[in-house]
Design a protein around this ligand. Structure first.
Ligand SMILES: NC(=O)c1ccc[n+]([C@@H]2O[C@H](COP(=O)([O-])OP(=O)(O)OC[C@H]3O[C@@H](n4cnc5c(N)ncnc54)[C@H](O)[C@@H]3O)[C@@H](O)[C@H]2O)c1
Length: 332
């Protein structure tokens, strides 16, 4: 049995990971989460109290972080400001949490000599042309576009430096776009699903040609568990499930799966600097560590996700009106 500290464990992917750990191991999890607008205690509500301890606090609080690191074997770091659109509007919280927060955790990992896994995104690599045959690999140069992705890139580089300079036992993973339960309704897929449930027409940025490489959050969690168990210290692993789809295809599939005409959506103003295409080559993780995704059929994973939002309106309804008012103020 290990004792894990999971930062950002009340957020979308972090809470999916905590559920995954409880279901697949006998590890104990301490969640450290500041409960920003993106954190939700209800995402952990059905988990047993003897397996999961919740600590409400900030990853930039060095004294609290130091105390928590003393009591665990390993740390998985999900906490972040994570929404590109918000980073264009107000970048400062992204610097505080993604850069200073990661620095604070690394200093504690160094002091307590703890195994540290850093969660990051494929957005650090910038974007690919729509017709480019290439996909991102572990050796693709960093080229982030937005305040969000540049702070994630900065946090990755801090981790690499703490490994090299101070011998911190860290690994990094960069994952493609996640979908699944417990994702905030500000994000593309849950926004469109909950729009349909509410009788609002889905909104598509621009022409909808931008391509994302979708992976179910549960597959992201199993990949992170694999890296924690078998990953080589100091190494980076890309996580992806070969799920490339453009945004127009995703909206049309949501409408089809929800029994609506596939053209019942509106085009809205595109995101500034919108990355064209992300695509992950996860060969290294699959061949060296033996990981494979469970959800290889995107439509089946999306249908599960639609069912989850249909049956958890109490979870997402409190945020929905505010999110739509925010997008409406920007013509989106
Ligand atoms: N969503 C994706 O598709 C995706 C893809 C690849 C990587 N990632 C990475 O995965 C991680 C989690 O993403 P997500 O989509 O679950 O994000 P999220 O916004 O849903 O959750 C972030 C969580 O971190 C918490 N948090 C924020 N600032 C904090 C602070 N200063 N101290 C403590 N807790 C704080 C929030 O309360 C929230 O619970 C991020 O590092 C993100 O970069 C996300």
């Amino acid at each position: 049995m290990s004792r894990l500290l999971v930062t950002g464990g009340a957020g979308f992917i972090g809470s999916n990971f905590v559920h995954h750990v409880v279901e697949t191991s006998d590890d104990h999890v301490t969640v450290l989460d500041a409960l920003t607008y993106a954190g939700n205690r209800a995402s952990l509500a059905d988990l047993p109290e003897d397996r999961v301890t919740f600590v409400h606090g900030d990853i930039t609080d060095a004294a609290l972080v130091d105390e928590l690191f003393a009591d665990v074997d390993a740390v998985v770091h999900y906490a972040a400001e994570s929404h590109n659109d918000n980073s264009l509007h107000d970048p400062r919280p992204f610097l505080d949490t993604n850069i200073i927060g990661t620095y604070t955790l690394l200093e504690a990992a160094r002091k307590h000599d703890r195994r540290f896994h850093h969660i990051s995104t494929d957005e650090v690599y910038g974007d690919l042309e729509l017709d480019d045959p290439e996909r991102f690999t572990e050796s693709t140069p960093y080229n982030p576009s937005s305040p969000y992705s540049s702070t994630k890139a900065g946090s990755d580089l801090l981790v690499r430096a703490w490994v090299r300079s101070f011998g911190v036992q860290a690994t990094i993973s960069n994952c493609s776009n996640n979908y699944g339960p417990y994702q905030h309704v500000e994000k593309f897929i849950p926004r469109q699903i909950t729009n349909v449930i509410r009788g609002i027409r889905p909104k598509l940025y621009g022409a909808g040609e931008n391509v994302r490489d979708w992976i179910h959050a549960d597959d992201h969690s199993s990949a992170v568990s694999t890296i924690l168990a078998k990953g080589e210290i100091g190494e980076t692993y890309l996580i992806g499930a070969d799920g490339e789809k453009n945004n127009k295809q995703v909206v049309e599939l949501i409408l089809q799966l929800m029994g609506q005409p596939v053209d019942a959506y509106d085009h809205v103003t595109d995101r500034a600097g919108h990355d064209l295409r992300y695509a992950i080559d996860s060969t290294r993780l699959r061949t060296e560590l033996g990981w494979t995704p469970r959800f290889s059929d995107f439509a089946a994973g999306l249908a599960d996700t639609i069912d989850w939002y249909r049956s958890h309106e109490d979870w997402w309804a409190p945020s929905k009106d505010g999110v739509e008012a925010f997008y409406a103020s920007k013509g989106q």
